[in-house]
Write a protein that binds this ligand. Sequence first.
Ligand SMILES: Cc1cc2nc3c(=O)[nH]c(=O)nc-3n(C[C@H](O)[C@H](O)[C@H](O)COP(=O)(O)O)c2cc1C
Length: 167
Amino acid sequence: MDAPQDFTMLMEKGMKELSAHGAFLSVKSGAGTNTMTISWGFVGFIWGKWHFITVVRPQRYTKEILDGGADSFTVSIPFGDALKEELAVCGTESGRDTDKSKTVRFIPAGRVESPVVEGCHLYYECRINQIQPLDGSVMPPEVLQFYGAGDYHIMYFGEIVSCHGYY
Ligand SMILES: Cc1cc2nc3c(=O)[nH]c(=O)nc-3n(C[C@H](O)[C@H](O)[C@H](O)COP(=O)(O)O)c2cc1C
């Protein structure tokens, strides 16, 4: 039997890199495979387990893939300047128009169907167990200003089933 993994490994470094440079949120479902850049999200403890919570706006193609029956997502965090160009492309172009597998190299994750992006330093493999739209009616103005057209993020809670760090 494998030794239990430490899902908090490199967490502080990972969250700093996520907020400063971004990470790849990758999803595979019956609707296809896609990745997009994220810089909002967090690791937290709920229901007795470690989770990564990612927030996705409704207009993202990634949301369509999630809605296509995905039961998992992965988060691949490059550190420093690694994959800077790729983060820029995946954060500005949509998988509706661009095949992002030509921008990044997807490789199989160990425990979930969604792939990870090669060349990153910290990986989370997550099983989706809660989907929760944010509620604009309870947002103060300083939060509401982030939403132009009521496009409130949808929160995806992913139980971390595997975590790998290379640093
Ligand atoms: C640095 C950076 C961080 C981003 N973070 C998020 C995020 O947390 N949530 C989100 O919905 N979009 C975020 N975006 C926007 C998406 O990455 C972008 O709209 C992307 O083109 C969507 O791709 P898709 O249509 O293939 O899903 C971010 C973009 C950048 C450049």
